[in-house]
Design a protein around this ligand. Structure first.
Ligand SMILES: [Zn+2]
Length: 423
């Protein structure tokens, strides 16, 4: 006895196609698709809207172990399910840092017991993310790590980064970099631009990010290793990546919804909830990110979901921690901004939020096919609702998008054939 979904249209991102077909799920897998499947013996569920391959977010901060007042693996994966994500990659800057095989296994096992979404941990490049000694990449991969990153801080030593790229190449994992040169960022809080100047707050210049990206592009070329650039934000970085790809460098890149939709001006309205690292930059930078996403220079969208408590964010711009939550708003934000307005087609957006993330991080998923695991998201393209942080499954309420009217909300999320979210 299976679950037969009928009434919706199925999105095939690779074919750029949408077909009004039935879809049958049995034993956690898709076992049939077609215009009118036989219903007898199955539970028939009428759904409206579009069925997408489950979304995949390669940049999430789950905060467990160690900072469970901000988020737990349980609340973070429930938030993922509510946002239409069936697979997420968890960054290692927890307490302790995910730098041993035991810690990696623990995250995977905990996520499996809850079952809301598959969690692929990303292991630290350096022990304790201290930027000094490499972790044991092979053992971390064996334990389930899908990439290496010291996210939250840049790897300051070019030598260590080069060694990391060589070691990662030998085991076939990408190195995902948070590009930030501390000697240039100098403990700034906002983009070094007109708003930081106006508010008299120390800024983080774009060159703190672009100079490290430029360094890492050529280290990746020298090592012939897969470099993945996290949360790209300045226009010059998009240009550098475009040039690098034209040179055939083995690089991929991500952009966040907030860098696509917001600018430095947002802190005036949303205060510390718009404080994020890398910072929201100028409108020219934002437009360069949009252009980069459209032409494929920036491969995919990742949320950089970074929950903090209201108390932490209430400390004011200079004292509050960096980060904002993204799992529960990303798809409707981008559906509304880009698909509703005709800038991207629905299959194109799904490609950048599911298919391409799977390809870049060597994950299964990102496509709908007979025989595939039933990781699926149904979205409603019509109903307009406001972003309401009070209703988030995430413990974090820190979003600059509160009150925005959006459509494209997930209404049903299926993980391994099980309904894990339903509106
Ligand atoms: Zn980062």
């Amino acid at each position: 006895m299976g679950l037969l979904l009928t009434g919706a249209s199925i999105v095939f991102p690779k074919e750029k196609a949408i077909k009004k077909w039935d879809l049958l799920i049995e034993d956690g897998h898709i076992t049939a698709m077609g215009p009118a499947l036989t219903r007898s013996g199955h539970t028939v569920r009428v759904v409206e809207g579009y069925i997408l391959p489950g979304l995949i977010d390669v940049h999430v901060h789950l905060r467990e172990p160690g900072q469970i007042h901000k988020e737990t693996i349980e609340t973070g994966t429930r938030a993922a399910a509510a946002g239409g994500f069936t697979q997420i990659c968890a960054m290692p800057n927890t307490t302790p840092v995910l730098d041993t095989p035991e810690l990696i296994q623990e995250v995977v096992q905990k996520a499996n017991t809850y079952g809301y979404a598959t969690v692929h941990p990303i292991a630290a490049i350096s022990r304790g993310e201290q930027g000094e000694a490499l972790t044991d990449f092979a053992a971390l991969k064996q334990a389930g790590a899908v990439a290496l990153s010291d996210d939250g801080r840049g790897v300051q030593s070019a030598k260590l980064m080069f060694e990391a790229l060589l070691a990662a190449k030998s085991i076939g994992l990408p190195v995902a970099v948070h590009a930030e040169d501390n000697s240039l960022a100098k403990g700034g809080h906002l983009h070094a631009g007109k708003v930081a100047e106006e508010l008299g707050i120390r800024g983080i210049p774009s060159v703190a990010e672009t100079s490290m990206i430029a360094r890492d592009l050529w280290l990746a070329e020298e090592a012939k290793a897969h470099l993945h650039l996290c949360h790209v934000s300045p226009a010059a970085a998009v240009s550098a990546i475009r040039m690098g790809k034209a040179h055939g460098l083995p690089i991929t890149a991500e952009v966040t919804p907030h860098h696509l939709l917001l600018t430095e001006e947002s802190v005036k309205t949303f205060g510390a909830n718009a404080k994020v690292n890398p910072p929201l930059r100028s409108d020219d930078d934002r437009l360069a990110c949009v252009q980069g996403l459209l032409d494929g220079t920036l491969d995919l969208v990742a949320t950089d979901h970074a929950p903090h408590t209201d108390e932490e964010k209430a400390k004011g711009i200079e004292q509050a921690p960096f980060g904002l939550v993204g799992l529960e708003t990303s798809f409707p934000l981008l559906f509304t901004a880009f698909v509703k307005s005709g800038i991207l087609t629905l299959p194109e957006l799904v490609y950048k939020m599911s298919t391409r993330p799977a390809e870049v991080f060597h994950l299964s998923g990102g496509e709908i096919f007979v025989g595939g695991v039933a990781d699926l998201t149904v979205i409603d393209p019509e109903t307009v609702r406001q972003v309401n942080p009070a209703a988030f499954y995430s413990k974090g309420r820190n979003t600059p998008f509160a009150g925005r009217e959006l459509s494209g909300w997930p209404v049903l999320t299926i993980h391994h054939g099980q309904v894990v979210y339903e509106r």
